[in-house]
Ligand binder design. Structure first.
Ligand code: ATP
Length: 242
């Protein structure tokens, strides 16, 4: 079997040493795969993403990207190793132009910024059209696209998206999901937290349900969408992986 792009084993992480939020999570993401990370409010989805990005305390376990251990790496090193992270809120600079936002996203690799911006404009023509507009002038969906394009400026191998469809109309959400599929088609692995279970799974290859800090279901998106254990897990019932 080939090594997955991201391999998390027995991860324990949180904000205080004596209060783990992620309580022993194991999961993987392959290159070119979109994985939806689902689960009830407070399950620890965002905390898990932050652990991969080096933004919270890791008390145990391992997080490997293409075999390289990320635990203990500061965020800038995790980015250099191939992690791209789009947080749920405040993910664009509202007082900077679109082009300045992209430039800021490429700070870690200044020599390739121009080429990356050209790529971003090719992938997302809307950003090229609005390059001189401020981030704060974009619609919600356009902001998400900018936030994703900004994260792509460092050419990540794994993209972590925290609720990219939050607050968007169904049409805008579909546009963001289409962009995500396009990015994965280029070989990038995507781990995406989603509250919108149906649309999130429809845009993903696989789904993982996190409850109280650990995955309780993990399977192909299409079969998980119709799995009766899915709503039960959200309601707090104990479910067991098949
Ligand atoms: N900065 C923080 N300091 C301390 N505790 C926090 C912090 N951020 C989140 N938590 C706690 O961690 C737990 C999990 O939060 P997290 O945001 O990871 O859940 P989630 O599954 O992403 O939920 P949601 O869908 O509501 O965003 C919650 O109990 C929350 O109160």
């Amino acid at each position: 079997m080939t090594t997955p792009l991201l391999e998390i084993r027995d991860l324990v992480a949180g904000y205080h040493r004596d209060l783990p939020i992620v309580t022993g999570a194991s999961l993987s993401v392959a290159a070119a795969e979109v994985v939806a990370l689902l689960g009830p409010n407070g399950a620890g989805k965002s905390t898990l993403m932050k652990a991969v990005s080096g933004l919270v305390l890791v008390m145990g376990g391992s997080i490997r990207l293409d075999g390289t251990e990320l635990v203990g790496m500061p965020t800038h090193q995790a980015i250099a190793a191939g992690i791209g992270y789009v947080p749920q809120v405040q993910n664009v600079f509202v007082t900077l132009t679109i082009e300045e936002n992209l430039r800021a996203g490429g700070f870690a690799a200044p020599r390739t910024v121009r080429a990356r911006i050209a790529e971003a404009y090719e992938r997302f023509p809307m950003l090229a059209q609005k390059r001189r507009n401020l981030g704060g002038e974009l619609s919600g969906g356009q902001r998400q696209v900018l936030a994703i394009a900004r994260a792509l400026m460092t050419q990540p191998r794994l993209l972590l998206l925290d609720e990219p469809s939050a607050g968007l109309s169904p049409k805008a959400a579909q546009e963001v999901f289409a962009a995500v599929r396009g990015i994965a088609a280029g070989g990038v692995g995507v781990l995406m937290v989603e509250q919108n279970v149906k649309a999130g799974l429809a845009a993903s290859d696989r789904g993982i349900v996190l409850v109280q800090g650990r995955p309780v279901l993990d399977g192909p998106a299409a079969s998980l969408a119709g799995d009766p254990r899915l709503p039960r897990a959200f309601l707090g019932e104990q479910v067991f992986a098949a």
